[in-house]
Design a binder for this molecule. Structure first.
Ligand SMILES: [Zn+2]
Length: 168
């Protein structure tokens, strides 16, 4: 069982969880079953990591619930198989991660190859206005964008959000 699953089991048993400094804080109306407490003790570090928000403002748990929500929408609205719905949900997570972790760069140098602008090869702004732009040559953008997506996939994997075909 993963920390994320242990967290779900505890929630289902009526335990409210939070973090208090470096410790896991529990709250429950009635004493949780010993099996649930054992599970929490066993996955304590992983659960704390899931509940702590990262620089982009979302905790691992936020990502997992976003994934579940998207997968639910995809399977009910899109009539997709479970695997297809998961794949769609994972794509949404990657897009959301990229939106939440924008890259800004000065317009004087290409972020891909590190070269300056040439008359035949202008630098173009990629990204959206509120978060600023990353400046690249158009030919450098596809590789750079792929590397950003790979980064998103790797970061999501560390919090237990996996794409299709990867082992859980
Ligand atoms: Zn370039």
């Amino acid at each position: 069982m993963s920390a994320a699953e242990a967290l779900k089991v505890a929630r289902a048993a009526g335990v409210r969880l939070g973090i208090d400094g470096d410790a896991l804080a529990l709250e429950a109306a009635t004493a949780p079953p010993p099996a649930v407490l054992d599970l929490l003790a066993q996955h304590k570090a992983g659960i704390i990591a899931l509940l702590r928000p990262a620089n982009d403002g979302w905790s691992g748990e936020d990502w997992l619930s976003f994934f579940d929500e998207r997968a639910g929408i995809a399977s009910s609205a899109g009539r997709l198989s479970r695997e297809q719905a998961k794949a769609r949900a994972f794509e949404c997570c990657v897009v959301e991660w990229l939106n939440r972790n924008p890259v800004r760069s000065p317009p004087s140098r290409c972020l891909g190859c590190g070269q300056t602008e040439h008359s035949r090869d202008p630098l173009l702004p990629f990204g959206t206005e509120p978060t600023g732009h990353a400046w690249l040559h158009s030919r450098c953008w596809p590789a750079w964008h792929e590397s950003r997506k790979a980064k998103a996939v790797a970061e999501l994997a560390t919090i237990g959000v996996h794409g299709p075909g990867t082992r859980r």
